[in-house]
Design a binder for this molecule. Structure first.
Ligand SMILES: NC(=O)c1ccc[n+]([C@@H]2O[C@H](COP(=O)([O-])OP(=O)(O)OC[C@H]3O[C@@H](n4cnc5c(N)ncnc54)[C@H](O)[C@@H]3O)[C@@H](O)[C@H]2O)c1
Length: 279
């Protein structure tokens, strides 16, 4: 999709961070926008920021973990805008804790949003994207879908799953000579609310020796790229039909380290966490 002018773009998790920045950037490219989020307040703020900036905007409160709700939203987008050309499955949450301490319900929660949300969005929009004659699926993984971190097993599992799903989807679409393509996005640290709205188990303080709030602040220090820049890189990736998009120098460095030391990188990471916590 070389040109985005007058295309209909649907974005999940558009009430904050990368999703909100994407909505603003896509509006500037001439897109008609269909935005959703589980937070009505977040969506209202995004809509306020878009006033006078977008050709057309519709919003819907949708929980991406709810398959029926995502399906109904996709149908409503086509009813409202006449078609759908682009879906960005962006909504996501974070979870931190040791495997021993996290419950299987914690894993179900994060997989329900980060992985199943992506599957729901892809499946619900795919027929509409095909019908539009020119479509694109963008699924947001993470640099933690390329390299694993201690204390982030649920997040890592969900983001590796998004990567596997999206890379396979891209090949399906090529094999079937579809008019739809797919891109998997791996952001490094982006300055958003993700760490502040994360579920952080007490085991994190036990392992790092830092209270949860301090650990969140430490983590936020590694957020170096703005959401606006992330949105530009994602849209450029769609225009160039990239299979994989890395965002930020930190994502490129971690990707390179994982290629050079596919398992050895783990020792580097645990060493860094240990020295930060003085253990
Ligand atoms: N910020 C980073 O450093 C970073 C790095 C790599 C990947 N990501 C990914 O980028 C995506 C966007 O995150 P962000 O950093 O902008 O975070 P954010 O917290 O600022 O925004 C996430 C949005 O998703 C929404 N959301 C949460 N649960 C939802 C649900 N069940 N249904 C619908 N919406 C829901 C939230 O209300 C929020 O508006 C996520 O998938 C995240 O994992 C972020």
């Amino acid at each position: 999709m070389k040109h985005l002018d007058d295309k209909v773009a649907a974005v999940t998790g558009a009430g904050s961070g990368i999703g909100r920045a994407l909505a603003l950037h896509l509006a500037d490219q001439g897109c008609r926008l269909a935005l959703s989020d589980v937070s009505a307040d977040g969506l209202a703020e995004t809509e306020r920021l878009l006033a006078g900036r977008a050709r057309a905007v519709t919003t819907a409160v949708v929980d991406v973990a709810d398959e029926a709700a995502v399906g109904a939203w996709a149908d409503a987008v086509v009813d409202d805008h006449g078609r759908a050309n682009l879906v960005v499955n962006n909504a996501g949450v974070a979870l931190s804790g040791t495997v021993a301490a996290l419950s299987t319900d914690d894993y179900r929660w994060i997989m329900g949003i980060n992985f199943w949300g992506v599957v729901h969005g892809t499946k619900a929009f795919l027929p509409h994207l095909e019908a539009s004659g020119e479509g694109h699926v963008v699924n947001i993984s993470s640099v933690f879908g390329l390299t694993a971190q201690p204390l982030m097993s649920g997040y890592n599992a969900s983001k590796y799953a998004v990567r596997g799903f999206t890379e396979s989807l891209r090949q399906d679409l090529e094999l079937t000579r579809s008019c739809v393509s797919a891109t998997c996005v791996h952001p490094g640290g982006i300055k958003t609310n993700i760490a502040r709205s994360a579920r952080v188990d007490r085991s994190v303080a036990g392992v790092t020796g830092r209270p949860a709030e301090a650990a969140t602040k430490d983590f936020e220090k590694s957020f170096i790229t703005t959401p606006a820049r992330a949105a530009e890189v994602i849209v450029e990736g769609v225009r160039k039909n990239r299979r994989r998009v890395l965002i930020g120098p930190d994502a490129r460095v971690l990707d390179a380290i994982a290629r050079l030391a596919p398992t050895g990188y783990q020792r580097l990471v645990t060493g860094a966490v240990r020295s930060r916590s003085g253990r």
